[in-house]
Design a protein around this ligand. Sequence first.
Ligand SMILES: NC(=O)c1ccc[n+]([C@@H]2O[C@H](COP(=O)([O-])OP(=O)(O)OC[C@H]3O[C@@H](n4cnc5c(N)ncnc54)[C@H](O)[C@@H]3O)[C@@H](O)[C@H]2O)c1
Length: 364
Amino acid sequence: MSNPIYSLQVDLPASGVDRSYPIIIGHGLLADGERFTELLGDAPVVLVSNDTVAPLYLPRVRNALGKTRKVTEVILPDGEDQKHLMSADHIWQQALKDHHERRSIFIALGGGVIGDLTGYAAACFLRGVDFIQLPTTLLAQVDSSVGGKTAVNHPLGKNMIGAFHQPKAVLIDLDSLLTLPDREFAAGIAETIKYGCIWDSDFFNWLVQHSDALRGRSNDVLAEAVQRSCAIKAGVVSQDEREGGLRAILNFGHTFAHAIEQTMGYGAWLHGEAVACGMVMAAKISAARDQLSGETVAQLEQFLASFDLPVEPPTEMSPEGFLEVMAGDKKVDRGKIRYILLQSLGEACLVDDVTIEEIAQAME
Ligand SMILES: NC(=O)c1ccc[n+]([C@@H]2O[C@H](COP(=O)([O-])OP(=O)(O)OC[C@H]3O[C@@H](n4cnc5c(N)ncnc54)[C@H](O)[C@@H]3O)[C@@H](O)[C@H]2O)c1
C-alpha cells in the first residue's frame, strides 16, 4: 500500500451507524490495489467517469480494483451539461442491468461534475449505496468531493435536485493534477484561497507567499494546500453537515458568482473564475464596512490575477442585474439575499443588508 502524505478524518454525528470517513492525500493512490481492497473488501463496483478522464486514469483504477471483482464501467460525455437526471438514470440502468445490489459501491473518478452526479446516483440507488470519491481536479479535491453535497442540475436551476450523501472515503491522488489544464487548475486555486479568507489568515498569507510554487504545481506546496483546505472544509462540515448555519460561510463569493454564471450562461465562466470575482466583490464590501484592510483586498486581487483569474465582473452586468439574478438564488432566505462577508481576514460573517450602492462600489 502506498504511504499517504496526509490522512484526515471527517467526523460526523453518528445516526445509527458511524458515518465518519477518511480523506487520504498522496501520490499513486489511483493505482493502489491494496488500499481499494482495504476500503471495499470484495464489494462489486460501479465505476463512473467521463470521456476525458477515463482515457487518462481509468485503466489504473480498473487494474487496482482487481481481476475478480465485478466492475461496471459507466463513461459519460464530458461537461457540466451532462450533470442532469438522464445521466443519473444512465448510471442506474447500467447498475440494474448488471444486477448490482445494496453492498455494491459506486466510485466517482473525475472532477466535481462526475463526483456530484455519481454521489446523487448512489444516494438514490436501492435507497442509498456507499460511494467513494476519486477527485481529479483541484476544485474537486479541495471542495466538492468533501462534505456530501450531491446533485444534478435541472432546466430551471443548477444543483436543484440533490441529496446530502456522505462518501465512504475520499482518495486524493495529487498525480492527477499534472494533466489538469491551467484554466481548471486556477479555478481550483480560487476555492483554496477562499478557505484562508473565511477561516485561517495564516493559510491566506501562506498561499500568497507560495503563489509562485503553486503556479509551478510544486508537489510539496500543492500537497499542503490541498490538505489545509480539506482540513478546514472537514471541520466546518463536521460542525454543520446540512448547512443549518456555519456551513454557509463556505459560500463566500458564491452569491455574486452564481449571478455571474447564470447571466453569462453556464460554462462561459468556470465556477472557480466566478468565485474569484465574487470573493473580490465581497472583500471590497467588507473593506468599505471597515472590516478588512485595503491592503488585504489588494493582496487577494493580486493573488487571483496572478493565476489569470478574473477579479472584475463582466461588463455585461450591472448592480441591478446582480440583484435581479441573486433574488432567485436558492440561498435566499425569507425573501432576503444572504451574503457572506469578512468580519476580518480569516473570519466570515453572514449578512442580509448589502445595498445596491455597495454592490455598485464593489464592481469598480
Ligand atoms: N458538491 C459540492 O460541494 C460542490 C462544490 C463545488 C462545486 N461543485 C460542482 O462541481 C462542478 C465543477 O467541478 P470541476 O471544476 O471539477 O469541473 P469538471 O468536473 O467539469 O472538470 C473540469 C474539466 O476538467 C476535466 N478533468 C478532470 N480531471 C482532469 C485531469 N486530471 N486531467 C485533465 N482533465 C481533467 C474534466 O473532464 C472537465 O473537462 C460543478 O458542477 C459544481 O456545481 C460541487
